[in-house]
Design a protein around this ligand. Structure first.
Ligand SMILES: [Zn+2]
Length: 231
């Protein structure tokens, strides 16, 4: 028998069964329902070994082909394209040259990559909160606070205190999908579950939501390598 790939375990209050996830750029996560016997996890991973290997292999090919630093940054959500120029320099920083042109500096590519990630975070913070405010006002569902995060497996969430988390990688999906995700989280301020009544509310506010739901399901894999949170 071959060796199992390393994996991490996340206990989730909401999970109803064991779930296996391959997160970019190639991390395996097992989602375990609360009170599940953790001793059973290795056998579960072994059982899905082939499936896992297939997914890890295809993800590896996809990400190896991508450079660590992009020459172009595209944000379909806000229809922006930024040209990126990298210069070696002692201090890591990013300079906005205007006209959607960034100058990236750092002693090496990983350092410059970190600066670019910080810039992405900042851009998302400028754009997503006012957008959420707008959707919230439009559909008449209020929230408390919004936080922008770098997450690998979730696009957003809403707490019982009506605090909303948005993944900064939403900048890489279509505007419709961003609006759907925001509507989805705002609807949780009314129903803290995915009950039929919850989905009815979503459908009333956004009848075409299913196509965006489908877009988001596959979109975690299209986040460019440079933008993935490092852990
Ligand atoms: Zn939800």
């Amino acid at each position: 028998m071959s060796v199992l790939p390393p994996y991490s375990i996340r206990v989730s209050a909401r999970a109803k069964r064991l779930q296996l996830k391959v997160l970019p750029p190639g991390k395996v996560e097992v989602v375990v329902p609360k009170r599940f016997n953790l001793n059973k996890v290795p056998a579960f991973v072994a059982e899905h070994h082939q499936w896992l290997q297939r997914h890890l292999d295809s993800m590896a090919t996809q990400y190896v082909a991508e450079p660590l630093l992009p020459e172009m940054v595209r944000f379909p959500a806000i229809d922006e394209q930024w040209r990126v120029e990298y210069h070696q320099g002692l201090r890591s920083r990013v300079v906005d040259l205007g006209d959607y042109h960034l100058k990236l500096m750092g002693p090496d590519e990983p350092h410059a990559g970190k600066v670019l990630q910080a810039w992405l975070q900042q851009r998302a913070k400028q754009v997503l909160p006012p957008w959420l405010e707008e959707v919230s006002a439009e559909i008449g569902l209020a929230f408390n606070r919004v936080t922008i995060r770098a997450q690998k497996s979730r696009w957003g969430s809403c707490s019982s205190r009506r605090n909303i988390n948005l993944n900064r990688a939403l900048l890489f999906v279509s505007p419709g999908a961003v609006r759907y995700l925001m509507t989805h989280e705002l609807c949780h301020t009314r129903h803290m579950n995915h009950s039929p009544r919850y989905w009815q509310l979503v459908a009333t506010l956004m009848p075409e939501y299913k196509k965006y739901e489908a877009e988001l399901r596959g979109a975690m894999q299209v986040i460019p390598r440079w933008a993935l949170p490092v852990d």
